[in-house]
Design a protein around this ligand. Structure first.
Ligand code: AMP
Ligand code: ZN
Length: 111
C-alpha cells in the first residue's frame, strides 16, 4: 500500500527503531511511547483493520501473538507483565490503518 505509513516503515522508506523482524512481521518502538516499553508489531502484509481479516490470516495472527511473547522476553518484561492492544476503527482510536499490536510494559504511564 503506497500511502500507508507502516508499509513505508516496513520497506525502510521511513526510519524506525527495529526491535525484531522475521518473514511475517516487523516490530519497532512506538514514536510516542505510553510506557517504558512500547513496541508495535505489524504484519508485513498490509491489512487495514481487524475487520479486514480473512480466514487465511489465522496463522499470521497466531504468529503475532507468539511475537508478543518474544518481544516481552527481548525487552525483559515477560515476568513483570505487559499489555497487548489492537485498536480498531474510529471508536477504537485506530490512527494508522495497518493492523498493529501494541506491546506495553514496565510501569504503565496511562490507564
Ligand atoms: P493506533 O492509535 O493504534 O493506530 O496507534 C498508532 C501508533 O503508531 C501510535 O501509538 C503512534 O504513536 C505510533 N506511530 C505513529 N507514527 C509512528 C512512527 N513514524 N514511528 C513509530 N510509531 C509511530
Ligand atoms: Zn500498510
Amino acid at each position: 500500500m503506497e500511502d500507508c505509513l507502516f508499509c513505508k516503515i516496513i520497506k525502510g522508506d521511513i526510519p524506525s527503531t527495529k526491535v525484531y523482524e522475521d518473514e511475517l512481521v516487523y516490530a519497532f518502538r512506538d514514536i510516542n511511547p505510553r510506557a517504558p516499553v512500547h513496541v508495535l508489531i505489524v504484519p508485513k502484509k498490509h491489512i487495514s483493520t481487524l475487520n479486514d481479516l480473512q480466514p487465511d490470516d489465522e496463522l499470521l495472527m497466531g504468529h503475532i501473538a507468539l511475537t508478543t511473547k518474544k518481544i516481552a522476553e527481548l525487552e525483559g518484561i515477560a515476568e513483570s507483565g505487559y499489555r497487548t492492544i489492537f485498536n480498531c476503527g474510529k471508536d477504537g482510536r485506530q490512527m494508522v490503518m495497518h493492523i498493529h499490536c501494541h506491546v506495553l510494559g514496565g510501569k504503565l504511564l496511562h490507564e
